[in-house]
Design a protein around this ligand. Sequence first.
Ligand code: NAD
Length: 483
Amino acid sequence: MVRQLKNYVGGRWVEATTDKYTSVINPATCETLAECPDSPAADVDAAVKAAQEGYREWRSTPVLSRAQYMYRYKALVEDRFEDFVRLVVEENGKTRDEARGEVRRGIESIDYGMSVPTLMRGYKVEDISSGIDETAERQPIGVFAAITPFNFPMMVPLWFLPTAIVCGNTFVLKPSPQTPLSAELLYEVLDELDLPEGVVNLVQGGKESSVAVMEHPGIAGVSFVGSSPVAKIVYETCAKHGKRVQAQGGAKNFIVVMPDADLGASVANIMGSAYGCAGQRCLAGSVVVAVGDAYEPLRDELVKRASTLRVGSGLDETTQMGTVISASAKERIEKMIQQGINEGAKPVLDGRGTQIDGYENGTFVGPTILDGVTPDMTVAKDEIFGPVLSIMHARDFDEAVEMTNSSRYGNAASIFTSSGKNAREFKYRVDAGNIGVNIGVAAATASFPFGGKKESFYGDLHGQGPDAIEFYTDRKVIIERWL
Ligand code: NAD
């Protein structure tokens, strides 16, 4: 019997009130790991009611005590570090090292939550008029929810939960039904903290549960991470229902390589950026723009290095690139490669049809490089979210910036150069929310906001960093005169 996952509501594990379940598949083996319920609106409602009940006590629990829970949480998550790693590998398909990186980043967001007592300060001005003082206090708002994607199933929920609750809010998580097991373990560990009932709640499910979250009048704000079309829906629906919303979407990240760049270091970084997590990162480098004479040596070196990557099961420590998330993702990625070829791109490395001994059912796509890509091609415009790197050739720096800015996405962009002037111009002119200078994956750490512009982000306050404190609190202004 495959285990059916439960929801966590008001401090208890409860069965979802549905008989609709989705199989959670290990993409390296196609083995079914669990069955994830498609929780209906009634289950979301129960979680929100529990969170509303919990809010009364939690809001007046001293902020230092709220933070203390996160100190204990961090210690317990550290104790289970390798359990999280195994789950992330099994349900997502990434390598162990990539999963370790994810879990470490997740823990850094717990650290950030611990620092909320020093961050949620207000401000005051005395004598705004004779004998009158004015103060802005930061207060929690109520129930917040997060809807999260499959690609960082342990880390992304932690971008939100610790900061939201230490600010004094209560919380409902709706993770991806493709990777619900890491979230379940996050909640098993939360359960050990003996938090007051209703502070943290988990509802497993897909679109139906998301819609119930977006429309629920008891939820004050929603953090979303996922693809751009869904981010737009979430932004619009939450706004229509009077909620705060931050919706982080998909990406098409350009990497510009100047002729003055260090070729070896650039290639090593681009490899990690394009093929890390099998290209399933919103910060993955997807298009390399080689400028002038950089083009030929860069292309040759990329092909040489990418063709030696060891593809396989993430559980094998020697694997350098794991699977994509599902059979349908593999099919979609392979179709996009074919479309690139049909539109004129040259497959100088073709990862379609990759088979791994012992993992014949695994959903592997090998590293792929398409050369001769131009800005009008679908592979240059649309998010592929797989291990496919497109190479474009630009005459000069200005044309490279123009190509980069032609994208409708604006998540990240990088430049490889030894010129400070080029780097400065790139940072200044490129319309993306995360910029790397000689860095392939410009991933904001927990105390900085995770940038994103154009179709990569809908909202104004980003996830993480000071933006998160703003998002999870409201300022109340008090004007006082004592007679
Ligand atoms: P997705 O948009 O398919 O799903 C994300 C979440 O939304 C899941 O919980 C899913 O159940 C829910 N959902 C799906 N369809 C919905 C709908 N119509 N209405 C409401 N909710 C819905 O994304 P995914 O495939 O899980 O994740 C990959 C995507 O996430 C990529 O596009 C990637 O670039 C993006 N991503 C962005 C960031 C970022 O910070 N900008 C980080 C990680 C991933």
